[in-house]
Design a protein around this ligand. Structure first.
Ligand code: SAM
Length: 291
């Protein structure tokens, strides 16, 4: 069964009386070599468990199932569950779960698999919800080895740029805090049915086993990064003042300069280590004030 053949995909959808659901970001891959490349490169240990988000009709799921020990596939669309039973019936190492991944308790779902070995994530993500899903995976604190996702190239540009570079955003710093992102390859819109309006990229994030940056307080670190990028046209002290109401503008300027930055620097120029140092200084000053 070639689940990347457009005619076969349409036949299967018709057989189960289904339409492609735009609200779920359903753009299915039609190029078998792209699917094989994603499955080949998402992980380097065949004993791993793979969490797949959004299996669709199961094209990537099948390729993952032949390469890795287990696949746990979470699919929101109830209508696709009988399709997946049909297309994945021969694979005893695949578990399909009908759930919205944003509502799934990942720690509970994956605990038995982390106990048995490595777990990685692989997904052709629905574009409407790319960043929330990525943030959920990263903030879960679960020790995934790799997170490999197909996303819009425009988002990949922001994820894979060096922090402090032109295209970077809060997500760049947050991502580099958790791991090391790398664009594996680009995938043109003609490789999907229906075709999306944009080009896609496959990005693989290798999670840091031990984080190289250990801010004193993670919440203050994320608050600092968000503040800097929410108002990226403002100078860093101004952007921080809008968010850190506990400190005066003068105190914030003093903290920024004591960390070795010019008072008119913009937040987007800082890398993760500098954000970590700055958030520690902010945290200490806030703590001192409230004590
Ligand atoms: N993996 C298939 C492929 O590569 O052809 C389908 C990918 S398609 C871009 C995205 C898939 O994610 C769809 O099957 C869609 O129904 C599913 N999906 C969308 N939102 C979801 C959510 N919140 N939780 C789980 N699955 C979701």
């Amino acid at each position: 069964m070639n689940l990347c053949d457009v005619k076969t995909i349409k036949q299967i959808m018709a057989m189960f009386s289904l339409n492609f659901r735009k609200e779920f970001g359903q753009n299915f891959l039609t190029n078998v070599s792209v699917v094989e490349d994603i499955a080949d490169n998402c992980c380097d240990d065949s004993e791993s468990t793979i969490l797949e988000i959004g299996p669709g009709i199961g094209s990537l799921t099948r390729e993952l199932a032949v390469r890795y020990k287990r696949v746990i596939a979470v699919e929101i669309d109830h209508g696709l569950i009988p399709v997946l039973k049909y297309t994945l019936g021969e694979f005893s190492n695949v578990t399909v779960i009908n759930q919205d991944v944003m509502k799934t308790d990942l720690s509970e779902l994956l605990a038995p698999y982390f106990e048995r070995g490595k777990v990685s994530v692989c997904a052709n993500l629905p574009y409407y919800i790319t960043t929330p899903i990525l943030m959920k995976l990263l903030e879960s604190g679960l020790p995934f080895e790799y997170i490999t996702v197909m996303i819009q190239s425009e988002v990949a540009d922001r994820l894979c740029v060096a922090p402090g570079g032109k295209n970077c955003g809060a997500i760049t710093s947050v991502l580099n805090y958790y791991g090391k992102p790398e664009r594996l390859f680009r995938v043109g819109a003609h490789n999907f049915v229906p075709s999306p309006k944009v080009e896609s990229s496959v990005v693989r994030i290798k999670l840091h086993g031990e984080k190289p940056y250990q801010p004193l307080d993670e919440a203050t670190f994320f608050r600092t990064v968000r503040a800097a990028f929410e108002q990226r046209r403002k100078t860093l002290p101004n952007a921080l003042s809008a968010v850190f109401g506990e400190l005066t503008k003068e105190e914030i300027t003093e903290i920024v300069t004591s960390c070795g930055h010019a008072a008119d620097i913009r937040g987007e120029k800082l890398n993760v280590a500098e954000f970590s140092q700055l958030s520690d200084a902010l945290y200490r000053s806030i703590k001192k004030k409230v004590e």
